[in-house]
Design a binder for this molecule. Structure first.
Ligand code: BGC
Ligand code: CA
Length: 250
């Protein structure tokens, strides 16, 4: 057993009226042996996590948010991949159908008319119900890569009249508008087909007026027949366009 001995330097004040040595020590001298240096250890409850339950709640909330975000991301990923899968299957199906159609069409040639046009022989016909002057009517046909009706046979006229209204008049592509032939009734077809007297279908008594230089196809109530009449080109009438069938080959 060891005994700790404390040595202290003791100074006594030189006091005349001192009654003897005092046992009191000056303040700066420890009465106890010097304590050994102690290790700095944190008390048990000094951990911020242990000491602050709010942080735990915060961590749990953050974890939950993270899990929710991860789940949402996964769901979005699944939805997007399903959509992608569906779209690519649809694309595959469409391209398969196109291939099928083109294979089927590759063995066919066709002479066709545009939608809403009527086919007869090697030509297509369009009845324009907008009322226009003769020059406007011809322009309307040209804009559709066609021209006003040129009648070449009785059969052709018989075919086209089936689609006409007996109360209307329809411009055709016959005119006498060449300026230096006024009064001489010089008839021209718009597509340069030669005017053939033997294939004309004038109403009886027509053409009858020099300044009526354009021609309509109409139903003549007196004779109960469809025929031609010369009229003033500025009058507004319906019209008939004609074009050659479009030939497709594959
Ligand atoms: C027309 C003429 C036509 C005549 C027949 C008139 O109203 O303008 O083009 O020749 O009728 O009678
Ligand atoms: Ca006339």
């Amino acid at each position: 057993m060891t005994t700790e001995i404390t040595y202290a330097e003791v100074k006594f004040k030189n006091e005349s009226n001192s009654s003897g040595p005092t046992s009191e020590l000056p303040d700066h001298i420890s009465k106890f042996p010097e304590a050994p240096p102690t290790k700095m250890t944190r008390p048990l409850n000094s951990n911020p996590i242990n000491s602050n339950p709010g942080i735990i709640k915060l961590l749990v909330a953050a974890l939950l948010i993270f899990i929710l975000l991860a789940i949402s991301f996964l769901i979005a990923l699944i939805v997007v991949s399903q959509e992608h899968f569906r779209a690519s299957s649809e694309l595959e199906e469409i391209s398969r159908k196109i291939k099928e159609e083109s294979n089927r069409g590759s063995h066919r040639n066709c002479s066709c008319c545009p939608k809403h046009w009527k086919a007869f022989g090697s030509s297509c016909y369009f009845i324009s119900v907008e009322e226009k002057t003769w020059p406007e009517s011809e322009k309307n046909c040209s804009a559709m890569q066609a021209h006003l009706l040129v009648v070449t046979t009785k059969e052709e006229q018989n075919f086209i009249i089936q689609s006409l209204d007996t109360k209307s008049e329809y411009y055709i592509g016959l005119h006498d508008r060449t300026s230096n032939t006024y009064g001489r009734r010089h008839w021209n077809w718009v597509d340069q087909t030669p005017y053939n007297e033997s294939a004309t279908f004038w109403d009886s008594g027509e053409p009858n007026t020099d300044n009526e230089r354009c021609v309509v196809l109409h139903f003549h109530t007196k004779t109960n027949k469809w025929g031609w009449n010369d009229v003033i080109c500025d009058q507004r009438h319906k019209s008939i366009c004609k074009m050659t069938k479009i030939y497709f080959s594959a």
